[in-house]
Ligand binder design. Structure first.
Ligand SMILES: Cc1ncc(COP(=O)(O)O)c(C=O)c1O
Length: 368
């Protein structure tokens, strides 16, 4: 049986009747950059996150960049973040001329370990940038307390966590601001690049709106040197449709995750733990296995596609060799990267495919 990690073509067939007229509308109105579809999306996504503002942007990396600038991150500042993430999280810190300061993860959640954050704070620390990795909220209360004690600001990297809840509250409004990515593989995905910043803070919103459009506060009135980080009209139209489907798609992902957990309960693998007070939206369903590469190869032989998120932590990437963090610096993140693999979990999977994947994993890794 073939089990792909994604089925974007299948998803398009499901949505064809909604998407094509919406794209036609954008063409008819010739509103290719920002425009009414994007404005409507901003309102709808802010309502969804329970925030006052949503600023639609070109991609999640741009949203991270503007979010950090809006929080006042300046050259030579330090921003605390996790090494267990897609590199964009750290890159955006570097775009500001600031330094990423990595803190190891809690191996039970794969997220930033709040118990280790305080010792990384220095007088140059400006902000904390937790990532809700795989759609599982980071421990925002603990992070918020440390931030308050040291007068730091918190930017959520919610690129993988559309609709996730922490203690009942949606991510997106749990720090000073939050960043979303709508990259085509995300739970809620554009047909190209797109991202957003959400916030309750009027000042942050005002800055981000101007900064995304060359620092303009009115047409050809450039208050400061900004960027070209605007969302395209097509993406706004697509995302409005996808937002309406997100509830059902998330429920399906959570149902598949429950089934994987049930079927893999006695298999020789570990899985991140869900806090029952929170709601993980399962952007990825990861397992940790010994001999990970062999497991990946044997699953592939059975037609099951997997991806490794991520094979190397940020501090061991050549891009960050200048930080001088040799192997062994963040042992939990390093161990996770050696053992992790993501099983297929898109909403288009059938019950048979899910059972097939779980049985294959059990057969390959053995029972406890
Ligand atoms: C955790 C995380 N942060 C940031 C990004 C960057 O988002 P984008 O690809 O939209 O720039 C991504 C996704 O690609 C991500 O997974």
């Amino acid at each position: 049986m073939k089990v792909p990690v994604l089925d974007l073509k299948g998803e398009f067939e499901q949505l064809r009747g909604e998407i094509l007229p919406a794209l036609e509308r954008v063409c008819e109105n010739a509103s290719f950059i920002l425009g009414e579809e994007v404005e409507a999306f901003e309102q709808e996504f802010a309502d969804f996150c329970g925030t006052k503002h949503c600023i639609a942007l070109a991609n999640g990396t741009a949203a991270l960049h503007l979010g950090l600038l809006a929080l006042g991150v300046q050259p030579d500042d330090e921003v605390i973040t996790t090494p267990n993430t897609f590199l964009a999280t750290a890159e955006a810190i570097s775009y500001c001329g600031a330094w990423p300061v990595f803190v190891d993860i809690d191996p039970t959640t794969a997220n930033l370990d709040p118990r280790l954050i305080e010792r990384a704070v220095t007088e140059r620390t400006r902000a904390i940038l937790p990532v809700h990795l795989y759609g599982r909220p980071a421990d925002m209360d603990a992070i918020g307390e440390i931030a308050e004690r040291h007068k730091l600001r918190v930017l959520e990297d919610a690129a993988q966590a559309h609709g996730a809840r922490y203690r009942g509250r949606r991510v997106g409004g749990l720090g000073a601001a939050a960043v979303f990515s709508f990259y085509p593989t995300k739970n809620m995905a554009a047909y190209g690049e797109a991202g957003a910043l959400t916030t309750d803070d009027d000042q942050i919103a005002k800055f981000a709106r101007a900064a995304r459009s060359h620092g303009q506060t009115a047409r050809y009135e450039h208050e400061f040197v900004g960027y070209n980080y605007r969302m395209h009209g097509f993406q706004g139209a697509v995302l409005r449709i996808k937002l309406r489907h997100l509830y059902g798609w998330t429920a399906k992902r959570q149902e598949i995750a429950r089934e994987y957990r049930r079927l893999l309960a006695d298999a020789r693998v570990e899985m991140p733990v869900d806090d029952p007070r929170d709601e993980c939206v399962y952007h990825q369903f990861v397992i940790y296995a010994n001999n990970r590469n062999a497991v990946v190869a044997q699953l592939a032989e059975r037609g099951i596609e997997t991806i490794v998120h991520y094979p190397k932590p940020a501090h061991l990437q050549p891009a960050y060799s200048s930080l001088g963090c040799p192997p062994g610096t963040f042992p939990q993140a390093e161990r996770a990267c050696e053992r992790v693999l993501s099983l297929p979990i898109h909403p288009g999977l059938t019950a048979e495919q899910v059972t097939y994947v779980a049985h294959a994993v059990r057969e390959i890794v053995g029972h406890k």
